[in-house]
Design a protein around this ligand. Structure first.
Ligand code: URA
Length: 435
C-alpha cells in the first residue's frame, strides 16, 4: 500500500523516489485509484525538483507497464523508428519512413497530432482522401509487413498512462520538464517493439527546447534510457529557428513531401531527412558505414523506390494512392491563394519559425486545444529560404487561406518574419550535434 501524498511530499522536498514508489504511483493513476489532482501535484514537484537518471528510467518503465508492447516478431526486417521533438514545417517522417523502408528497415511509426504551433504527422496524412490513421496494432504490423512502413496514431493499448498524463501536463504548466518529456517520449517509442531508435531533438525558436544545453540534456537522457532498455538509440540535435522546407500547413506539406520523393530535394529539410534515415540504416545494419548508408538513401530517392513505398503505404492505409500523381487535384485546396512580394532586394538572412507557426495556426491549420478541428488546406507555400537572393517584387511566400480576416491576421504576424540583408548569411548545417 502506498500513501500518494507521502510520495508527493518526498519529491517536493527534493528527495529521490524508489522504483516501487514510482511504479505504484503511476499504476494507481492509470487505474484511477490516484486522482488527477495528486498526479498533477507530483508532476509539478518533478517539474520543480527534477529527477535523477534512475528515477527517469523507472518512470519510463512504469508508464510502459500500463500498456502492452507492439508484437513485431512477425517482421523479418530490423525494426526502427524515428522520433522528432517537433517543429515548424517538420515533414521529415513522411519522407523518411518510405525511404528507410526502401533501404531494408521496417518502420512501424506511431505519430501524434499537432498542438500549438508545431504540426503533427497524423494531421498532414489525413489530408489525403481516405487515409486511415486509426489502424489496430495487428493492422499496423500487417501494413509494415506488406509495404515496409506504416504511420498511425497512438493506440489505447500502448502506454495509456502517458496519454492521460500528457493531457494533464498540458493544462498544469508541467510540459517543459526534461524527465517528464523523456519518460513520455521513450515509454511510447519503447512500446513499439523496436530494435533501434533515432531521435531528432529540435532546438530553437520553433521548438520546445529553446537552448542548446537543454536540448543536449534531453537528448542524452533519452539515449541513456534507450540503452538501459537494451535498445540502441542515436540522437541528432537540429536547428529549428527557421521552418523546414518551403511549405507549412497540412496538405501543402504532403504535396511538398511527394515532390521530395520525386527527387526535388533541397536545403535543410533534405539534410535532416537524409541524416536521420542514414542513421536508422547504420543502427539496424551495423556493418554499413554512415557514408554507405547515405548513398543508399540517395539511391532509394533517385530510383523512385521511396515514392513507391509511400504510394503503397497510402494504399494500404486506405488513402487514395493517386495523390502521388495528382496532388493538386486530390488534396484539399484553399479558396484564396495570395502571393506576398518582397518590397526590396536582398539576401534572406532569417525566417522566423515561431512567427510562421503562429500564422498557420491563425489560418486554422493548427489547434490550440486537442479536440479542435483543423483546416487541412490552409498554410504557406513557396517560402523563401535562408541564403537565397531575391529582388523586389519576388514572392516571399504564398498564403493559402479560407477566411479573409484570418488571412489579414496571418499577414500581420508574418510582416517581420522574413529578414533581408545586404550580404549572404554564413551557411550553417542544420544539424548541430550527433549523440
Ligand atoms: N512529446 C511527447 O510525446 N511528450 C512530451 O512530453 C513532449 C513531447
Amino acid at each position: 500500500m502506498i500513501i500518494p501524498q507521502w510520495i508527493i511530499e518526498k519529491k517536493r522536498d527534493g528527495l529521490e523516489l524508489s522504483r516501487d514508489e514510482i511504479n505504484a504511483f503511476i499504476d494507481g493513476y492509470h487505474r484511477e485509484t490516484i486522482p488527477d489532482y495528486q498526479m498533477a501535484a507530483l508532476a509539478m514537484a518533478i517539474y520543480l525538483k527534477g529527477m535523477s537518471f534512475e528515477e527517469t528510467a523507472f518512470l519510463t518503465e512504469a508508464m510502459m507497464a500500463t500498456g502492452q508492447k507492439l508484437d513485431t516478431s512477425s517482421l523479418t526486417l530490423p525494426v526502427c523508428d524515428k522520433h522528432s521533438t517537433g517543429g515548424i514545417g517538420d515533414k521529415v517522417s513522411l519522407i523518411l519512413g518510405p525511404l528507410a523502408a526502401a533501404c531494408g528497415v521496417a518502420v512501424p511509426m506511431i505519430s501524434g497530432r499537432g498542438l500549438g504551433i508545431t504540426g503533427g504527422t497524423l494531421d498532414k496524412l489525413e489530408s489525403i482522401p481516405g487515409y486511415r490513421t486509426d489502424l489496430s496494432e495487428e493492422e499496423l504490423v500487417e501494413v509494415v509487413r506488406k509495404t515496409g512502413c506504416c504511420i498511425v496514431g497512438q493506440t489505447s493499448r500502448l502506454a495509456p498512462a502517458d496519454k492521460k498524463l500528457y493531457g494533464l501536463r498540458d493544462v498544469t504548466g508541467t510540459v517543459p520538464s526534461i524527465p517528464l518529456i523523456t519518460a513520455s517520449i521513450m515509454c511510447k517509442k519503447m512500446s513499439e517493439g523496436l530494435q533501434a531508435l533515432v531521435l531528432d531533438v529540435k532546438v530553437g525558436r520553433g521548438a520546445f527546447m529553446k537552448d542548446l544545453d537543454q536540448a543536449r540534456e534531453l537528448a542524452r537522457n533519452m539515449v541513456r534510457v534507450g540503452r538501459q532498455m537494451n535498445t540502441p538509440v542515436a540522437a541528432l540535435i537540429s536547428r529549428m529557428d527557421a521552418p523546414l522546407g518551403r511549405c507549412i500547413g497540412n496538405a501543402l506539406e504532403v504535396k511538398e513531401s511527394i515532390d521530395f520523393l520525386k527527387g526535388g530535394v533541397e536545403g535543410a529539410l533534405w539534410e535532416v531527412t537524409r541524416e536521420c534515415t542514414a542513421t536508422m540504416i547504420t543502427l539496424t545494419h551495423p556493418d554499413t558505414s554512415i557514408e554507405q548508408a547515405r548513398t543508399q538513401v540517395d539511391e532509394a530517392l533517385h530510383s523512385g523506390r521511396g515514392l513507391e513505398v509511400f504510394r503503397e503505404m497510402v494504399r494500404a492505409q486506405q488513402g487514395d494512392p493517386d495523390v502521388c500523381d495528382h496532388p493538386d487535384r486530390l488534396l484539399p485546396q484553399a479558396s484564396d491563394i495570395e502571393e506576398i512580394p518582397a518590397t526590396s532586394d536582398g539576401w534572406v538572412v532569417d525566417v522566423d519559425a515561431d512567427a510562421v507557426g503562429r500564422a498557420v495556426l491563425v489560418l486554422g491549420g493548427g489547434r490550440t486545444r486537442s479536440e479542435e478541428n483543423i483546416d487541412h488546406a490552409v498554410g504557406i507555400s513557396h517560402l523563401v529560404q535562408i541564403g537565397e537572393h531575391i529582388h523586389s517584387g519576388h514572392p516571399l511566400y504564398h498564403l493559402h487561406s479560407n477566411h479573409s480576416d484570418r488571412a489579414e491576421k496571418a499577414k500581420e504576424l508574418l510582416d517581420n518574419a522574413i529578414t533581408l540583408g545586404d550580404s549572404a548569411p554564413k551557411s550553417e548545417s542544420v544539424i548541430i550535434e550527433r549523440l
